[in-house]
Design a protein around this ligand. Sequence first.
Ligand SMILES: [Fe+2]
Ligand SMILES: [Fe+2]
Length: 345
Amino acid sequence: MVTSLDDAKRIAIASKLADMKEIQALLMENEQTLMSACNDEEIRQRLQDMLEDDRKNMGILETVIVQYGVKGEPKSTTQEMVKSVKRLMQGSELSLYEKFAQHELLKHGQTMSGLLIHKAAQVVGADVEAAITPLNTVNFENRAHQEQLKGVLEVIGVRELTGKEAEQGLWARVQDAVAALSGVAGSVVSRTDDEMNIQDVIRMDHQKVNMLFAQIEGSDNPQKIQEYFGQIYKDLTVHAEAEEQVVYPAVRSFYGESDTQELYDEQAEMKLMLDSIKAMSPSSSEFKQQVKRLKDAVMDHVRQEESTMFAAIRNNCSDEQKERLATEFKAAKAKLQERLAATMK
Ligand SMILES: [Fe+2]
Ligand SMILES: [Fe+2]
C-alpha cells in the first residue's frame, strides 16, 4: 500500500510558500505605515502603487498555494520576525530612512524566496513547476519594487543626512532599471494575466495531473512513484469534489442533464480506482497497470470537459460569471484541501 500521500520536499516548499504569504501581509502593512509616516507626495504615490500591486500579488500567492495542493505552515521564526519588524516599523527608534531600508530588505527576501521556490520546483518535478508558474508575476513585481525602493532610499537618505535634496534624475533611472529587468531575468520574472476564468483554472489542474501521470510512467523508483501518486490522489480528489460543488451544478441547466450526469458518474468511478490503487504497493507491476487505467479514464473525462463542457460555458456565461466561477472553484479547493489534510493526520 502507499504508505504516505505526503512527501518531505513538497512539504518544505509548501512551508516556504506559507512564509511568503506571511511576509506579503507584512509588506502590505509596512507600505500603509510608511505612507502615513511620509509627507512626500511623490513617494506616497509610489507606495500607493506598490500596495496595489502587493494586494494583487497576495491573490496570486493564494492561487499558487491552492494550485500547489500541499498544505504548509509558516516557520515559527518567520512569525517571530514579522512581529518584531511590525514593532520597529510602528515605533520611533528607527528613522524614516531606516524604516524604508528595512522594507527594502524584506522585498529582497521575498524576491529571493520566489526565485528559490522556482529553482526548487525544477528539482522536485514538472508538476510543481506548472503549479507555481503564476508566481513569476509576483517575482517580477517584487524585483521592480526593489529598484523603486532603492530610489526612495536615496532621496530620503540624502535629506536625513544633509537636509538638502538629492541630485535629480532619479525616477528616470529607476524606470530604466525596471525595464531592463525582464530582459535580464527572462521568464522567471515576467508578467502574466492575473484574471483567470473557470476554464483556465480547470485546465491548469488537468495539465498538472497529466504531468504527474507522465512522471509516474517515466520512473522506476518506488519512492518517486509513491510521491507522484500521493500528489495525484490529493489533486484529483480535491479537483473532482470542487467541480461537483461549484462547476457541475452551474452548468447542468445549459450543458444538459445526461452529459452532466455522465461527468458525475465518471468521477465516482475514478474515486474507486484511486482508493484501490492506494491499497497497492508502488513497487508491484500491477500498480503501474492500474495507474495507466486510471490515466486513460481521467484523460477521457478531461477531453469531454475541455471540449463540450467548455464550449457550453463559453456560449452561456458572461466573462464576469466565468471569473466568479473561478474564484468559487479556488475557494472550494482550498477548503477541501484543509479537510483532506486533516483526515490524513
Ligand atoms: Fe471532472
Ligand atoms: Fe476536471
